[in-house]
Design a protein around this ligand. Sequence first.
Ligand code: IPE
Ligand code: IPE
Ligand code: MG
Length: 254
Amino acid sequence: MGVQPAAVMELATGNKPRHIAIIMDGNGRWARQRGLPRVEGHRRGVETVKNMVSACYQRGIPYLTLFAFSSENWNRPSAEVKLLIELMYSTLESEVRYLHENRVRLRMIGDLSRFSKKLQRKIAEAQELTRANRDLNLTIAVNYGGQWDITQACRMLARRAAAAELDPEAITQTLLESQLCTSALPPPDLFIRTGGEQRISNFLLWQLAYTELYFCDTYWPDFDEACINDALAHYAGRQRRFGKTGEQVDEEKF
Ligand code: IPE
Ligand code: IPE
Ligand code: MG
């Protein structure tokens, strides 16, 4: 990366998102278009991940969350699943030191218990190594599902209620939110889905409540600086009202 975050490429106008969440979609179609096996699309997708980490770092965007493997992706052919998991392992192995040197904190969210002990150990080591880093919070969602996340949060609270440690009446939105696996992150300001589909596919269901949604047709391996700039320009042009009127929001600015 080699540049100071925030010091460069300040967006010309408007607001900059603090947290971007991306559904990286279209790897398979990118490969098919070129007569390549789907795995090539996934490999190229990893290159885009690296570019986007740099792009966020250079723009001083402190939180980037990427959907890499959904709880539903186990339904794919087993050879593809195996390959995706191997790619996860080898990318962790090759990239963690670089992330650490660039003061990136890595978090992996999702139900990690379904992965091998070896991969779980690798994830734990990477998280531990980068724990104190502050310049960019990179979160990768693997075996993640928004419905699973809300369910596991409810289960935690129910356990405490059953043990009489928690009064059910004391369960608030804030308390439930504190049990989601994104509790250390602010809610996403900007959601991007590449690959042309306009759906959430069980990503951050709770967390996207007030997020600005941006969909583009570009396949993830082709998503580049120009594409992220378009998404940021779209975001900068939005007025976030959080239920208020546009006039109220305008007045608050002054
Ligand atoms: C996204 O690309 C990567 C994962 C879901 C792991 P896809 O593999 O879904 O690509 P398409 O949608 O088939 O093109
Ligand atoms: C969503 O993409 C999951 C990830 C990008 C990891 P999919 O390609 O799995 O989504 P659907 O099945 O088309 O909705
Ligand atoms: Mg897809």
